[in-house]
Design a protein around this ligand. Structure first.
Ligand code: ZN
Length: 302
């Protein structure tokens, strides 16, 4: 019996060897879905560049100050990231004590307090303006940054409160104030109280001017409405990031009003520079040094 079995086994082996060698044998391939064929695989979260659609890991993007390494597009930075990036050292965060009420008990598709809660959950911030005091190359400064993801960076009473408080501290300690603007304008849910922030912030900036304290505005994409019409256009120096959209009313509204088609560079930083509305367009990588140099010059620092 055992001999018969051995013979059978040898026959099977022979037939296998004859039929195909191992490198000719077909192996079922791993199936890659058609839509994933051209995409690189990442093991960590990625960000897609809105301009060139390159996929870049979040870490690489953050190391490059959220500027696309492929096409140099300046992506939007969160306000907190922006201030932590700007300062070498943050001494304190300001204005945490202010909180918004619901003065008009405003309801559109949802009540205002509900919208606020959603924005807070989405961004992890309490309001649309973050204010910090810190140092850049050893020079103490106060800087505020708008969080655009928080209800479009809209200016309500708390944004006004935080801005005015920052300006008053800048005045008190004679430290320059920097504003990174990114806003859709006034917050309609707070009605008239929101519009009043335009006058309040303008008055605070006027006090800085009178005391010769530098106030520098950096316009990031986008700056519109009541913010353009007040604090964003009252700086001693107006800087802008490349391709930032800056205006009062949006393109569509103007086109409907004047009944004309407006060309693409309209309201871009480059167009505004050409027409004298801003002083300089600065690449994000050069922004810190540019601000430091301007401040040093204006304050006669050694
Ligand atoms: Zn890109």
């Amino acid at each position: 019996m055992s001999e018969v079995k051995q013979e059978q086994k040898q026959d099977e082996k022979q037939s296998l060897l004859q039929s195909s060698s191992w490198f000719e044998r077909e192996v079922p391939s791993v199936k890659v879905p058609e839509e994933n064929k051209n995409k690189p695989l990442f093991t960590e979260p990625t960000i897609e560049c809105p301009e060139c659609h390159a996929l870049v890991t979040r870490t690489a993007m953050s190391f490059n100050s959220y500027v696309c390494p492929q096409c140099d597009e300046h992506l939007r930075m969160k306000a907190r990231d922006r201030l932590n990036w700007f300062f070498d050292q943050v001494n304190q965060e300001l204005g945490q004590e202010f909180s918004a009420g619901d003065p008009l008990t405003f309801v559109d598709s949802r009540p205002y307090p509900q919208r606020m809660e959603e924005a807070q959950q989405k961004t992890g911030e309490t309001e649309a303006l973050i204010s910090m005091q810190g140092q850049v190359n050893g020079v103490p400064m106060i800087a505020v940054a708008f969080e655009f993801e928080f209800m479009g960076g809209s200016m309500g009473t708390v944004v006004g409160d935080r801005f005015v408080q920052a300006a008053e501290l800048a005045l008190k300690f004679k430290q320059p104030m920097i504003c990174f603007a990114a806003s859709g304008g006034a917050r309609m849910q707070e009605g008239m109280l929101s519009l009043m922030q335009m006058a309040r912030t303008s008055a605070a900036i006027e006090r800085l001017h009178n005391a010769s304290i530098p106030y520098i505005v950096v316009m990031t994409n986008p700056v519109y409405g009541g913010v353009t019409a007040s604090l964003a256009m009252l700086g001693d120096v107006h800087l802008a990031e490349p391709k930032a959209m800056i205006g009062f009313a949006g393109k569509r509204v103007i086109e409907q009003t004047v009944r004309e088609k407006l060309d693409e560079p309209f309201q871009r930083a480059e167009y505004l520079l050409e027409h004298g509305a801003i002083d300089q367009i600065v690449h994000r990588h050069a922004l810190r040094d540019t601000i430091y140099r301007i401040v040093s010059k204006l304050m006669n620092l050694p």
